[in-house]
Design a protein around this ligand. Sequence first.
Ligand code: 6GU
Length: 243
Amino acid sequence: MIRFDILTLFPEMFTGILSSSILKRAIEKKQIEVNLIDFREFSTNKHHTVDDYAYGGGAGMLISVEPIHLALKTIPNLDNAHVILTSPIGKTFNQETAKAYSEKEHIVIICGHYEGIDDRIHHYIDEEVSIGDYVLTGGETPAMIIVDAVSRLVDGVISSDSIKDETFNNNLLEYPQYTRPAIYDGHAVPDVLISGHHAKIEEFKKYESIKRTYKYRPDLLEKANLSKEELKMLEAIKNEENN
Ligand code: 6GU
């Protein structure tokens, strides 16, 4: 069981993802728990605003640190939680981060906002996390992405077989897969997959996985721990290209 607390000004944005498919089932089976906290409720002024002018001037408003801090303080056992702030200046989230988070018991996600947050928020967080090099209007979609990527790695949420060969394991992309019919619109499934020859099929999957990674994400290959056999395959793939 992993517990997420999400601090956001837009809790309604999360209803779709949490009420559908795999995450819905994970919540029902108590494999994950997701609490949405609208930190506007912790505003201490009569208009319930959470933003204010920036010291030193400049365009736009900033989210104040107080309502976020007050909201955080209502979370039980906060000292043992990992508190992250979503923001485009954070460290980039990837499959390795997702794996590490899936081993935690309690994650608090503060959704950043395009206006920015009073920098003193850093006294109350463990880490700032981005989901990639582009700018979004708010941290709600990144929070959903983090909850999704982490939850599917929690024991029992999806079958461990699906995770074993998937993209990014050992920094390789997943091999191509096919289902019926064997020939569609003149396009045939590779013969070896229909051959029933188990060892040849495994070799095909590995070869195609390395080939795809070489073609689409050569940057990953440097981090992949290829065995002697796999390195031979990579050489063959490179030669194939030169001919
Ligand atoms: Cl986490 N937030 C925002 N606002 N933009 C982003 C992001 C996060 N990650 C990439 N772009």
